[in-house]
Unconditional design. Structure first.
Ligand code: WT7
Length: 670
């Protein structure tokens, strides 16, 4: 049983009631005693010595040559970090640990069916060198972009680190994305080498993953020259076929000739891109956030050390997918750069049963556990009896991706943390590269529901829509902005500087100024800052939804729906969901001559799955007579959101026909 120590006679309900009243939670003494950052002066030091203090972060890395300038801000918002420095990310994640810890496990992989791999730093070194040689063999050169479409198998981090070794930026596309989504990303990056696998396991089933690459090759305009194909098992899956005239190359066949190969790491400028990560924005087209090598790696490493409190001796487990930014920064680059043991799990949390996560935590004696509020809510629904059956003991826990409700936080604290693990709620984004708002766990008290204080040196603020700062403690919510640059920030939107400025800077900056003080980054989130300085994040303010911690653009969903022939007009609204945070509701009008039917609904769902992926599947598809449109024809999504959430309707006076929302409500109530 894991409960916090309480007088014997206090029942569980009483403990919960007592906890619920408590606003702050002191970090447990056993945590504070051993934490990586225990000096409260760190905040002032970074404040007074900005940006030079960030040299402390860069000093956690191994550089080939040291930088001349910590921050060059002469051309905002195209900031340059650690200018003049050179380094290689794979050397930082692997080579530099060999003298001390070559036999220590770097990656601890658990397959869904229960097969495992323990990859020591020395093995990782060998495999990354050999894979780098495979890339070279098929013609990948420095600065070529390689697209990775892989599930949670060791091939994914290995493919990333080997690309980094030869200075080829990787663009990892989440394995759950469809063929069309993969093709769009291949085209946007003009990437002619793709890495994939025959398949993987999900809830006991072997999924044919190569089929998506086959289809993507048809859909992409880019002439993909090579597809490097990994195998999930010793033998290629019998259902998977390769013909001689397609671009597939079996990785294992090339590897056979590359045994023992050593590939010299390329010295990359700090500002050379390390990777692209596509993410949803407010238009239909996903954008490639481009991350630099030096600043990104420094940020991911320093926050892994000071926020996640990782020590080389720890077993650390972040249950995210490496195909998203969380996995890049906090499964691969940050933890490995610190020389720790990072756990990876292939499958579903309930395969074969709902105890799987805790079974893994027990088996590997995990010290630090990182997950999402969506997962916490799911564990909560499954019941506290499940984790109570396993023997694990976390020192530190994290949440990321969405706001966590105090109720879920308390459950996590008590039933997973046993009341004596520290918890950090980390706010950041694909664009920010690493944490920006979250407590340094030994220095700030935990406050359920609040991400907390800014990371040292980070300068967030809350602005009203006119761009005026809102005083903390005023209880007014506004736009979350960041007032000065930070090392992990995106360099640009790949191939589109204009869009970079439009999406993140234009609204609150003076874009014709060269003075960095006039440039303010817009996060797209709503936030409120309490009197005590703690930031509470309220969620997206733009047309971006956060579905179970996955970011989805309403425009992307709508364009997928519009592909269906029967559809005249489509709008997507976010519906609040007790487990997933938000789920998409689709509202559609049909073209003349088409009838409402289950077949049309199914076609709409299928189109979303094809264009984006199964994870984007809508909760409801409502076929309605009319959508709420303004006189100028703009669809008012906010009113649909009110309908989806069964709330009072907002202002309808600008509608061409103000009776439309009520009629929709009546229609869907049946
Ligand atoms: C959006 C970024 C990089 C984290 C994984 C998601 C939301 C993120 C929190 C948090 C409340 C959060 C925001 C943000 N978000 N962390 N701790 N509390 N909201 O990365 O896909 O780029 O999404 O996730 O809305 O803008 P992403």
């Amino acid at each position: 049983m894991r409960t916090i120590s309480m007088p014997e006679d206090e029942s569980d309900g009483a403990i919960e009631a007592r906890l619920a009243e408590q606003e702050y939670f002191r970090p447990p003494t056993r945590f504070v005693g051993q934490a990586n950052e225990t000096d409260p002066a760190v905040y002032d030091r970074f404040e007074e010595n900005y940006p030079e203090a960030y040299a402390e972060w860069a000093d956690l890395l191994e550089w080939d040559s040291r930088w001349d300038t910590v921050l060059d801000d002469s051309n905002p918002p195209f900031y340059e970090w650690f200018k003049g420095g050179t380094l290689n990310a794979s050397v930082n994640a692997i080579d530099r640990h060999l003298p001390e810890r070559k036999d220590q496990t770097a990656l601890l992989w658990e397959g869904e069916p229960g097969d495992t791999e323990r990859i020591a730093y020395q093995d990782l070194y060998r495999r990354v060198n050999e894979m780098a040689a495979v890339y070279q063999e098929v013609g990948v050169r420095e600065d070529d972009i390689v697209t990775l479409h892989l599930p949670m198998v060791p091939a994914l981090p290995i493919s990333m680190l080997s690309a980094a070794r030869i200075g080829a930026p990787h663009s990892a596309v989440f394995g759950g994305f469809s063929a069309q989504a993969l093709a769009d990303r291949i085209d946007d990056a003009d990437s002619d080498v793709v890495v994939t696998i025959d398949g993987y396991y999900r809830r006991g089933e072997f999924l044919d993953h190569k089929a998506k690459a086959d289809e993507a090759l048809e859909l992409a305009e880019t002439d993909v020259e090579t597809v490097l194909l990994f195998k999930r098992e010793d033998e290629l899956h019998p259902d998977v076929e390769i013909t001689s005239d397609d671009p597939y190359v079996l990785v294992d066949e090339v590897l056979e000739q590359k045994q023992g190969a050593r590939v010299d790491p390329v010295e990359r400028d700090a500002e050379d891109p390390l990777f692209l990560m596509y993410t949803s924005g407010t238009t239909g087209q996903p954008k490639g956030t481009q991350h630099r090598t030096g600043g990104y790696l420094a940020h991911a490493t320093a926050t892994s050390k000071y926020v996640l409190d990782i020590e080389p001796e720890d077993t650390y487990w972040c249950s995210a997918d490496i195909g998203w930014i969380t996995g890049h920064s906090y499964i691969v680059y940050g933890p490995l750069s610190l020389g720790t043991t990072s756990v990876m799990y292939e499958g579903a949390p309930d395969a074969p049963d709902k105890g799987r996560i805790w079974e893994i935590a027990e088996k590997y004696d995990v010290d630090i556990f990182h997950t999402s509020p969506t997962a916490v809510r799911m564990f909560m629904e499954w019941g506290e009896e499940i984790p109570a059956q396993y023997d694990f003991d976390f020192r530190h826990m994290t949440t990321v991706g969405e706001p966590i409700q105090p109720e879920a936080w308390l459950w996590y604290y008590e039933h997973i943390g046993g009341g004596d693990a520290v918890i950090v709620d980390t706010w950041w984004q694909t664009e920010t590269g690493g944490h920006l708002i979250t407590n340094l766990p030994a220095l700030k008290d935990m406050k359920p529901g609040s991400a907390g204080h800014p990371v040292p040196g980070i300068k967030p603020a809350v602005y009203d829509d006119q761009g005026h700062p809102i005083e903390k403690g005023s209880a007014r919510a506004g736009n979350l902005v960041i007032e000065r640059p930070w090392p992990g920030m995106l360099q640009t939107v790949y191939g589109n500087d204009e869009r970079f400025i439009d999406e993140y800077w234009r609204e609150f900056s003076e874009t014709d100024s060269d003075d960095p003080a006039d440039w303010v980054y817009k996060a797209g989130d709503g936030a409120v800052q309490a009197d005590d300085g703690y930031f509470r994040i309220l969620g997206r303010l733009d047309d971006v939804m956060n579905v179970a911690g996955h970011r989805l653009g309403t425009m992307e969903l709508e364009s997928a729906v519009a592909e269906v022939e029967a559809v005249a007009n489509a709008a997507v609204a976010g519906r609040e969901d007790p487990q997933k945070g938000t789920v998409p509701d689709v509202y559609v009008t049909l073209r003349d001559g088409y009838e409402e039917s289950e077949a049309v609904r199914a076609e709409i769902v299928a189109s979303i799955e094809d264009q984006i992926g199964k994870f984007a599947r809508p909760a409801n598809v409502w076929l309605v007579e009319e959508l709420p449109q303004t006189r100028s024809g703009k669809i008012m999504r906010r009113l649909l959101e009110d309908i989806s959430n069964d709330e009072e309707l907002g202002n309808t006076t600008t509608l061409r026909d103000p009776s439309v929302p009520e009629r929709i409500r009546e229609h869907i109530d049946h």
